[in-house]
Structures are given as structure tokens and as C-alpha cells.
Design a protein. Structure first.
Length: 630
């Protein structure tokens, strides 16, 4: 701390006349002795004398030889010894007759402030710098003698300063002790900032460890900027404005903001505080309490994000983002996309070929907190077997033949974002082990490299096969399965989305067709589209519409349906009639199987089944009755 006297010897720190038991006295003593790192800096002897004369308590000082060099009026009044009677005398010579048990007290004091051991090892905490004494003239009162080093402006030790105050000013009352113990047990951080020009931190509770990762000593007697530096840079200006506004307007301070702890982790905190004022309305300090609200804040943000996504989905009557669909089956898919987007867990998308698995992966990524980071899509079945490890982990120049330069792998390229693994069942068991280790914080090293990279990414996997069955068959490791199979999303085939077929067809028509030259989609064409089984799902429908725009009719659709049925029928005949040469039974079995297949593909819509089979509705009903299918 720096005390500087003006030309008249007054201190510019604004010390006020106070009663001994006033709370302000404690603050002023802290400012005089402890807020500045337990030393005083005085620019000159006259400044020293003025400083001690201005203190609102009995005070005196001694040089490095322990010769008294100043003795203020309050000390003179308390001891009945005038300054002229003591200045120039040895400290022990003056204090011994003044204090009860003077010899032992003075011996203890001398041991504390003696030049040996070196002053660099001088004990500087408040307990060592404060000792209890009783004056012979006032045996009924207990006093505390606070002592401290004095340095000149060059930082050289000049002597020692002493302040004598009632013990009640220094020691906390039983109630205050209870409050502090209670604060130390609370899950949060209580603090006190002094209004000393640099907002010195006078007190922090034990909860600072869990909240910030720092020990209390990191804050005590340091500027308030130490605490201020933990605030997230994006929140600093808002918090500063609110803090100063609460002081100016003498209002309670309440704010929520982000804090960065000792490990760089971001936490949401809630802070409450208010100013402390003297009886003369002098602003002395600021006291507050900070609590961790990260968990509740994340839940709140998740709910807000889910509400926003739901509102967006409701506004879009035709689907979710680039995914078109209004059917109940797709509404369930949209609901799962929303839940996946607001979560950080890995996702597995299961659906037949052509159902739009990558579109769903994009929708999850684009609505998540990773939306501004990379989205890397990988077709696991298209990677050459010998290059799988290099493809995922990257390689260093010279790691193998043709490795002419360093190359990032998929995991490093997707760092911070999303890695979409399509047809994940094609990854070998040995590669699954390596991926699992990389994803479970073990990290990975590029081929030919030594450094370990720890990727921060989210996995969205997809397959047209049931992963549970692949685990049962030994194609997927169980531990790998549990790592990626957290949020499952099932995409229904197009044949289960009849209500979306027309919507999708018209969407693709608008996308690829010309409103003037392209043949329109009439009710007849829509009926043909709805009666087709769509084994290739949405991707096949898109190609059919493009073909329709080119040739102007859907006649080819019937040929495609017949081919599909013929292939299924050949398989059925082979399975059911193997070893049998009874033509009548074979024809009967063939016809029954054909009827059932057509009904299943049209979801038992008999008109559509008749169109698919190329027979009349009456003929269909007759054959159904004949085979017991009505």
C-alpha cells in the first residue's frame, strides 16, 4: 500500500474519525496494513509521521534498530506518555513498563520482528502480525498490537509500524465466526472486496476451490482483477456495467454469466452482492456470493433449444429442414432429430437404402451447438482395406509408399464437429478397437507419427442393417456398439409413408422440372406412384420423377414393379417347390404367394394391389377368396 501525505501532512486516503468499535476501523486497519501485501511504502519521514498521525487508532513506528521514531496523539493519550518522552528510545525500553507481563510479551515481539532470521522470511500472515496485550493503565480491556514492515519508495526496509486497537476490532465476534464457518460449508464462493482503489480481495470462502479450481490464497490480498479475470471475455463488459451501476445506485447486484475455471472449463454462475457502507454513507466494501448453476443452465438452454426447433418444425408444414414429410412416421423422426440436436450424445440412424440417413445426420448437426464446425461424411464401405487406418487417423510424410505429404485423417478433420460414419457395419473388428480407444479419450497417433491427438467430435453412425443383429453375429464388437448406439433413430421405408409420396413427388418435380415444358403430375400419375412398392425408397422416387420429366410418362414403372415381383417370386418358388414336379400345386403356390406379396407392398390396399398385378378389382377379389385371403 502507498500512503502519501500532502503539504499539510494529511493523508490522501480519506481516513475518517471513527469510534474504536466502529466497523470502519477494521476496514481502515486492513487498508493501512494488510491490503497491500503486508507492507507499507512511505515516501519520506515526514510522510511517515503524517501517516501515523492520521490513523484512526493509537500508532507508532520504529526504525530497523527498534528505536522509536514516531508516536501519534492517540498513542500518547492511551499511554499517558507524550511523543517527546519516547521518541529516540528503544522499543523494549518503552513498551515493557506499559504492558502487563511486559518482559515476556516484549521478548515474543522481538522474536517476531528481529532481523534474524532475515526479513525476507518475516512471517506475514495476519495471525503472526497481531499479538494480544493488556495495558497496565487499562487492565480491564484487551488490546491487539498489529505490527508491520515499513519500506521506502525504493523498496528498502526502513523499520516497523505498530497499531494498537481494541481486540474486538481485530477478532471476529462469535456470530461472525459462525457466519464464516457457515459460508465455508456452503456450495459456492463468498467474497469481500475492499474499496481501496484496487478492489483488494479481503476474504473468500473455502467454496472457491470447487467453483474456480484455485486455493483461497490465490485471491486473498490480491486486486479484484484476479477474480474479474475469470469472467468469460464475452460477458466482461456486461458484468462491469452491472457492477458499477449497482454501486452508484446503491442497489442489490444480481447477474448470471460464464466463468472460466483454473482448467479452462466454462461454468455458468449466478452472483448476488451489495455494497457495505459506513454510518456516514461512505462506501467501504462490496460483498457477494457466487454459485454454480451450470447444470440448471444447460437444462434451461436445452429446453429453449428444443422449443425453438419445435417452433421451426411447426412453421415448416412440409417437413424438417431439407427432409420432406408430413406422415405420422416422419413426425416421430423429427421429434428424435430435435432430441438428438440438443444432446451431445452419439447417434445411430437405421434405415433401408435410400431413406435419407445422411440428410438426418446433417439436420442433427446443423441444429446442434457444433453447427459452425466441420461435418465430415464417410462411407465406411468405400475405403480400401489397406488404407482404413490412414483414412481415419491420417499419416505423416514417408509413413508408407506414396505418402508424399502429411495428411489429416477423418477424426482430426472433424475435430470440434461431427463425424458421420455411413454403413458403419463395414468397419473391421480390429479397426473398431482402435476407433473405440480414440473416442474414449485415449486419443490416436497418425500413421508414422508420435504425437497423440485427442479429438473432440460427435459420432453419427448409420447402417441399413440392424446393429443388434450384427453384434449377435459377431460383426460388431459389443463395447463399440455401446459407444455409438446411444440415441437410435429409425427411418421408415417409403412404403410406410404413403401420405408423403405425393408431397415428395411434387417437391422433386418443382426441383427438377420446368413449369412450362415439363409434363404435369396428374391424379393418374400420383396413383401410379402410390401403388409402387419403392424398394429404393426416397432416392428411387427422386430418380423416377427425373425420368418422368424427361420421357413424359410412368409406363416404365409397371415394368419395374413386375421385375421386382418376378425376382421375389423366383426365390419363393425355389424355396417352396424344391424337389416337387406337381405343376398344379406349383402354379397354385406361385399365385398365392404373388397375391400376398402384392398386398403387403400396397399395405393391403386392394385397388392398388390389383393395379400392381395388372388385373381387375373383381378378379383380385375372386382369387383372394379362392386362396382364403379375403
Amino acid at each position: 500500500m502507498t500512503l502519501e501525505a500532502d503539504e499539510k501532512g494529511r493523508i490522501g486516503s480519506g481516513f475518517a474519525e471513527v469510534k474504536e468499535d466502529a466497523p470502519l476501523a477494521s476496514y481502515l486497519l486492513d487498508r493501512a496494513f494488510f491490503a497491500g501485501g503486508n507492507d507499507m511504502t512511505l515516501s519520506s519521514p515526514s510522510a511517515e509521521a503524517a501517516a501515523f498521525e492520521s490513523l484512526p487508532a493509537a500508532a507508532f513506528s520504529a526504525d530497523m534498530n527498534l528505536t522509536i521514531i514516531s508516536w501519534n496523539q492517540r498513542m500518547a493519550k492511551l499511554s499517558s506518555w507524550d511523543a517527546l518522552d519516547v521518541i529516540g528510545k528503544n522499543l523494549a525500553e518503552v513498551l515493557t513498563p506499559l504492558v502487563i507481563g511486559g518482559e515476556s510479551i516484549i521478548t515474543d515481539l522481538m522474536a517476531r520482528i528481529a532481523p534474524q532470521p532475515p526479513l525476507s522470511n518475516f512471517r506475514e500472515n495476519a495471525d503472526d502480525a497481531c499479538m494480544e496485550i493488556t495495558l497496565r493503565a487499562l487492565p480491564e480491556k484487551n488490546f491487539s498490537l498489529l505490527h508491520h514492515r515499513i519500506r521506502n519508495i525504493e523498496g528498502k526496509d526502513e523499520g516497523f509500524g505498530f497499531v494498537l486497537v481494541p481486540r474486538s476490532v481485530v477478532l471476529p465476534s462469535p456470530t461472525e465466526g459462525f457466519h464464516r464457518r457457515l459460508l465455508n460449508l456452503s456450495p459456492g464462493m463468498a467474497y469481500q472486496l475492499l474499496n481501496d482503489g484496487q478492489w483488494s480481495i479481503r476474504y473468500v470462502s473455502e467454496g472457491c476451490r470447487d467453483l474456480t479450481g484455485y486455493e483461497p490464497e490465490y485471491f486473498i490480498n490480491h486486486p479484484g482483477s484476479t477474480l474479474h479475470s475469470l469472467i468469460h471475455p464475452d460477458d466482461v463488459s456486461r458484468i462491469q456495467e452491472a457492477f458499477h451501476s449497482s454501486i452508484i445506485n446503491k442497489q442489490r447486484y444480481e447477474q448470471e454469466y460464464r466463468l472460466l475455471d483454473a482448467n479452462g472449463n466454462e461454468k455458468w454462475v449466478q452472483e448476488h452482492g451489495s455494497g457495505v457502507y459506513s454510518s456516514k454513507e461512505e462506501f467501504l466494501a462490496f460483498e457477494g456470493f457466487i454459485t454454480d448453476i451450470t447444470l440448471s443452465k444447460h437444462k434451461e438452454q436445452a429446453l429453449l433449444g428444443e422449443r425453438h426447433l419445435l417452433q421451426t418444425a411447426l412453421r415448416d408444414r412440409h417437413g424438417f429442414g431439407e427432409i420432406v414429410g408430413q406422415s405420422p412416421a416422419m413426425q416421430k423422426v423429427f421429434e428424435m432429430i430435435i432430441k438428438a440436436a440438443i444432446s451431445s450424445d452419439n447417434v445411430f440412424i437405421f434405415g433401408e437404402t435410400g431413406t435419407g440417413k445422411e440428410l438426418v445426420a446433417h439436420a442433427i448437426h446443423n441444429n446442434s451447438t457444433r453447427k459452425d464446425q466441420p461435418f465430415i461424411a464417410v462411407n465406411c464401405g468405400a475405403i480400401p482395406e489397406g488404407l482404413v487406418e490412414s483414412a481415419f487417423f491420417g499419416h505423416k510424410k514417408g509413413a508408407f509408399t506414396n505418402a508424399t505429404q502429411n495428411q489429416k485423417g477423418y477424426l482430426e478433420a472433424a475435430n470440434g464437429g461431427t463425424l458421420f460414419l455411413d454403413e458403419i457395419g463395414e468397419i473391421s473388428l480390429s479397426m473398431q478397437v482402435k476407433l473405440l480407444r480414440a473416442l474414449e479419450k485415449g486419443g490416436f497417433s497418425p500413421v508414422g507419427g508420435q504425437e497423440v491427438i485427442h479429438p473432440n467430435l460427435r459420432i453419427i453412425a448409420a447402417s441399413n442393417k440392424d446393429l443388434n443383429e450384427m453384434v449377435h453375429d459377431g460383426q460388431i464388437r459389443r463395447d463399440f456398439f455401446y459407444r455409438i448406439y446411444i440415441i437410435p433413430i429409425h427411418l421408415p421405408p417409403l412404403r410406410e409413408r404413403e401420405g408423403d409420396i405425393e408431397l415428395l413427388a411434387r417437391t422433386f418435380f418443382d426441383m427438377f422440372g420446368d413449369p412450362v415444358t415439363s409434363p404435369p403430375l396428374t391424379k393418374h400419375e400420383i396413383a401410379q406412384l402410390k401403388s409402387y412398392p419403392w424398394p429404393g425408397n426416397v432416392r428411387e422416387l427422386q430418380n423416377v420423377i427425373r425420368r418422368y420429366i424427361t420421357i413424359g410418362n410412368l409406363n416404365f414403372l409397371q415394368d419395374m414393379a413386375n421385375k421386382e415381383l418376378a425376382e421375389a417370386q423366383d426365390g419363393a418358388l425355389t424355396a417352396e417347390e424344391e424337389g416337387s414336379f406337381n405343376l398344379e400345386k406349383a402354379v397354385e403356390s406361385f399365385e398365392k404367394h404373388l397375391l400376398v406379396r402384392a398386398l403387403e407392398q400396397t399395405k393391403w390396399h386392394k385397388m392398388n394391389a390389383a393395379q400392381l398385378l395388372g388385373i381387375s378389382r373383381r378378379t383380385l377379389f375372386r382369387k383372394l377368396k379362392l386362396h382364403g385371403l379375403d
